[in-house]
Design a protein around this ligand. Structure first.
Ligand code: EPU
Length: 425
């Protein structure tokens, strides 16, 4: 630990030459955390596979333990969840403030237990992350909310179905409405629902458990409530992580070389892959596998972030890093989180030419970055710093590695295995 209490670990990166080899993509953080929360809905034993080895899974496991579901991992990639029905609908501050996905216990516990006390969730450092859509939607289904002393107290004898039209296709709100609606009386429809593959993955598990959900993967979800107790535990394989897959694409894009990225779902990344091809990458995709060849300098493009199937905000730090060394100028427009440009200061320390105004970043590519110490401010920004190190002369050291550990399963080992000059120090 440093004097400020931050872990001392750093990642050191040096450009050694082109990357070559195969990288396996782990399961998605933003899916597995929701699968874990869904286990609150029904008693029994769940087996989740393709579970990434990341800190957020451990924190969510601790939160579930506090709520009454025991989680243990008999071997890497497998997670067993035991729910014997003895639930405590009280999510403590010390755990909730550590991950945003803790908000996902709201829907299951409210519908199952009729109440929940939840500290306001934490998460990443990129501006306000309100939960007004969650609250308004659950109120429309009959829930009452009280906020006091940093805690949300939600109650509902039995929720009822409602017609909900989201003003924005929020991932978390969609997930909480769906889980709450599973035991609501009657039918709940969600228009303008989020369609992210991770939302689909959670809905697929719920259907395997016995929930009645149609329209999965579309922007209109219909949930017919079933009786409490009629759901049963199920086993499920976590969908592959499209953001981690994109990280390895970005790495080879700036370092050059040729990678096979396996156990991926290219169909979940179609828009992104099309943009990477425009930037000059040679990408071919077939079932579960991406083959990418990066030769010569990237070309600049303009990119807006959008809800799925648009270009995800979580890809943006990677794209800005790629544009930092591309030929020409590109404009990146953030449409989800206005404050999500903090890592730009770090890229500028590495010699990038970037100006931000409001929701826009104008990136004028330079031939190479120049290695320096930089800091990871959140998970995706941290991964982008590592990628930037591969685009830089000399050594780049990244601190704030605990953010990367929250969402990346052995980023260092995976990149080192394909020839990157990278180590944890
Ligand atoms: N929003 C509201 N009110 C709400 C809910 C959301 O105004 O009640 C706004 C947010 O402030 C934000 C936008 O809607 O501007 C998007 O929020 P959303 O609810 O869709 O995001 P989330 O569920 O909080 C998940 C991921 C994020 C990812 C976003 C967008 C998890 C745990 N997190 O967050 O992932 O950026 O969707 O795709 O699933 C990450 O993995 O690093 C990460 C931040």
């Amino acid at each position: 630990m440093t004097a400020s209490g931050e872990p001392r670990d750093q990642i050191a990166i040096r450009h050694l030459g082109p990357l070559k080899g195969t990288i396996r993509v782990p399961g998605a953080k933003n899916a597995v955390l929701k699968l874990m929360a869904a286990s609150l809905l029904a008693d029994g034993r769940y087996e989740l596979t393709n579970v990434p080895a990341i800190d957020d899974v451990a924190i969510m496991g601790e939160l579930l333990a506090a709520l009454g579901v025991r989680a243990h991992s008999p071997e890497p990639g497998r997670l067993i969840l035991d729910n014997d029905g003895d639930l405590v609908p009280l999510a403590p501050y010390e755990l909730v403030e550590r991950i945003r996905a803790s908000i996902n216990v709201l829907g299951p516990l409210l519908t199952r237990c009729g109440e929940i006390r939840l500290s306001m969730p934490g998460g990443d450092d990129f501006g306000a992350r309100p939960i007004d859509l969650h609250v308004a939607s659950l109120e429309a289904m009959g829930a009452s909310f009280k906020f006091a002393h940093g805690e949300l107290h939600a109650t509902a004898d039995r929720l009822h179905g409602a017609e909900i039209a989201l003003t924005f296709p929020s991932v978390g709100a969609t997930e909480n409405i769906v889980t709450a609606a599973v035991f609501a009386e009657g039918t709940t429809t969600i228009d303008n629902a989020a369609r992210e593959p991770e939302v689909v993955d959670m809905c697929d598990l719920l259907v395997e458990m016995g929930a009645d959900i149609t329209g999965i993967g579309t922007s209109r979800l219909v949930v017919d409530g079933v009786e409490r107790g009629s759901l049963k535990a199920a086993d499920h394989r976590t969908v592959p992580d499209r953001i981690q897959a994109a990280t390895y694409l970005a790495a080879v894009a700036v370092a050059g070389g040729e990678l096979d990225i396996v156990e991926a779902r290219p169909e979940h990344m179609e828009n992104l892959l099309a943009r990477f091809v425009e930037m000059g990458l040679d990408v071919s995709a077939d079932a579960g596998r991406l083959h990418v060849v990066a030769e010569g300098r990237l070309h600049s493009i303009d990119v807006p972030t959008l809800p799925y199937p648009g270009i995800a905000t979580d890809y943006k730090p990677l794209i800005i890093t790629m544009l930092s060394v591309a030929d020409g100028a590109g404009i990146v427009t953030e449409n989800l989180y206005p404050g999500r440009f903090r890592y730009v200061e770090e890229l500028i320390r590495l010699g990038a030419n970037i100006r931000t105004t409001g929701h826009h970043a104008v990136v004028r590519g330079v031939p190479r970055l120049s290695g320096a110490p930089v800091r990871a401010h959140d998970i995706r920004a941290g991964a982008a710093m590592v990628v930037a190190g591969l685009a830089a002369d000399g050594v780049t050291t990244v601190s704030g590695v605990q953010h990367i550990d929250r969402g990346y399963d052995d980023l260092v080992g995976r990149l080192a295995a394909v020839g990157a000059g990278i180590e944890r120090i």
